[in-house]
Design a protein around this ligand. Structure first.
Ligand code: ADQ
Length: 517
């Protein structure tokens, strides 16, 4: 496993995210904690441990005294320091389900039609962000680096600055950032842009997201001085300098690559291959979300079966969908749509002993997941928009024999890094995606190996450890540069009110570029 050199700097890292990297399960009335398993946790946990840092977030359930005791035992056992913030049922409904997942999530994924903009949701969003800031103030020690994650918590820096917190603050957005024509639909757009400008470092997944953010900020405040470099942009805002970068997140490559070669996973993959009655196994793995383009994928596959009859009986699409946000109606709708489509397509094409789609709606274990990756000949990932799409990277890391083809949406953040080895598709273009499936099915071994070697070396080189190191060194750099030039907004007019004044000023001056004319 790759290591990181963070230990040289003993400054505490305080990480803040909506959810803590644990899952609390109730088993027959007895509660227990399971550790989170993502690459981000794997990479950050040792830094938090080594620097005596803290991870603040919501445990996903009410913080009762029993939950507090469980977390405290967990911390002692794992030499970790998780601190839970309580979020009431009403707050979950309005801040999390409402504003975060029915306003920001669809808007930032370019799906305006799914957005619900409710003033009440927004008020809860602000309040919960303020409560996170208060919790941070309770835990922060002088010299801490504070790193906030994702779209649920954009305004935390704004409240921290109001509370006169002078610590360096960084933010990373895991989802895409929209262009101005979309963002301007949001009634609270200036708060969002102003909130982001309260950080010292703002990180996005891709160059496109960084550019969108800078353009939105410029539209709202034409007087901003923004300098773009290859890796980052510097936004000069009054006497402050904000560093804006793109940091494509990744996975623990070795965990997938080594894991895929264990005896257990090989057995699992062989079993799956035997069970699969077709020559070629094509795999889709997603959280069940309308942004992942699963219906579009099914329709493209149906088109391929229609257009290329030789595929029938020779290819099978295995779709794994992990249940997600199932209390929201849009997610119930997509689930019903998919089940209906699977039934329809299978009814249309199945033959005795062969079914075109296998659909599994549940979370699978790591061994099963690796088995699916190893057994598959084609990875088919067609999000309509995605911050990164880690599944694409996991599929490449697990394809240890290099004998696999990745078909990837051009709207996944991962496309910036993986376009040289993958077959790129526009998921809205059914014909093109159908042709890509056909091309992947027929691709000869030499070409598969050539492409997969490129993909694997890219994912290996830029793994999650490198990502964390890169982000944190940019953070320290932004702190140094900021210290050289800054007065913190806490000591001056708040950024938000300066955004408002700048917007008002530009309206007064008339005809600024943020209008449509
Ligand atoms: P997600 O939208 O959740 O993440 P993604 O990056 O693809 O999307 O990660 C999904 C994770 O869930 C993968 O690690 C995958 O292995 C796992 N998974 C999916 N289906 C599963 C199943 N049935 N069983 C078990 N595991 C399953 C958000 C953004 C992304 C961004 C990440 C990280 O939306 O764009 O890449 O954060 O920043």
């Amino acid at each position: 496993m790759s290591g990181i050199t963070w230990r040289r700097s003993k400054r505490r890292l305080l990480v803040v995210s909506n959810r803590l990297p644990i899952c609390i399960k109730s088993d027959g009335g007895r509660m227990e904690i399971q550790s989170g398993s993502g690459g981000l946790v794997t990479a950050l946990a040792p830094i938090i441990r080594n620097t005596g840092g803290v991870w603040i977030g919501w445990p996903g359930c009410e913080v009762t005294s029993e939950v507090e005791r469980l977390i405290s035992d967990y911390n002692i056992e794992n030499l970790f320091n998780l601190q839970a913030i309580n979020i009431s049922t009403e707050e979950v409904e309005n801040y999390y389900r409402g504003f975060s997942n029915e306003a920001i999530w669809p808007l930032f994924h370019d799906l305006l039609g799914q957005c619900k903009f409710e003033g009440e949701h927004w008020e809860y969003y602000r309040n919960v962000n303020r409560r996170f800031a208060e919790k941070i103030v309770e835990s922060a020690e002088p010299g801490d680096l504070i790193w906030i994650h994702d779209y649920h918590l954009i305004l935390v820096a704004h409240y921290l600055r109001q509370m006169n917190v002078q610590h360096p603050l960084a933010f990373f957005l895991h989802i895409p950032f929209p262009n101005y024509d979309l963002l301007r639909r949001l009634p609270w757009k200036d708060h969002i842009i102003g909130g982001l400008l309260d950080y010292d470092l703002v990180g996005f997944q891709t160059r496109r997201d960084r550019r969108n953010f800078c353009r939105c900020a410029k539209e709202l405040m034409p007087s901003l001085d923004i300098k773009a470099y290859y890796r980052h942009s510097n936004v000069r805002f009054g006497r402050r300098e904000i560093k804006v970068g793109n940091f494509p997140i990744s996975i623990d490559f070795s965990e997938f690559s080594d894991g895929a070669q264990t005896e257990e996973v090989e057995k699992e993959a062989n079993y799956l291959k035997q069970k699969c009655q077709s020559k070629s196994l094509m795999l889709g793995v997603d959280r069940l979300d309308y942004t992942k383009g699963i219906p579009e994928r099914f329709l493209a596959y149906e088109r391929a079966l229609e257009k290329y009859p030789e595929l029938r009986g020779n290819i099978c699409l295995l779709q794994l969908a992990v249940p997600s946000r199932s209390h929201l109606s849009a997610y119930q709708d997509i689930r019903e749509t998919l089940e209906w489509m699977v039934g329809r397509i299978n009814g249309r094409f199945s033959e005795f002993g062969w079914q075109p789609i296998q659909y599994i709606y549940r979370s699978v274990s790591r061994t099963e997941l690796l088995g699916f990756y190893r057994a598959s000949d084609i990875g088919l990932l067609t999000p309509l928009r995605d911050g990164m799409n880690l599944v694409a990277k996991e599929f490449c890391a697990s394809t240890v024999d290099n004998n696999g083809v990745l078909i990837l949406s051009e709207f996944a953040g991962a496309s910036e890094q993986l376009s040289k080895g993958a077959i790129m598709v526009n998921p809205y273009n059914r014909e093109e995606t159908a042709d890509a499936i056909y091309q992947a099915f027929h691709m000869d071994l030499a070409e598969r190996e050539r492409r997969m070697t490129l993909l694997r070396s890219e994912v290996k080189r830029n793994d999650i450890f490198r990502w964390v190191e890169w982000f944190l060194s940019s953070f320290r750099e932004s702190e140094r540069e900021g210290a050289a030039s800054a007065i913190h907004p806490a000591n001056s007019q708040s950024v938000r009110s300066r955004v408002e004044s700048a917007v008002m000023e530009s309206i007064k001056n008339g005809g600024n570029s943020y209008t449509d004319d």
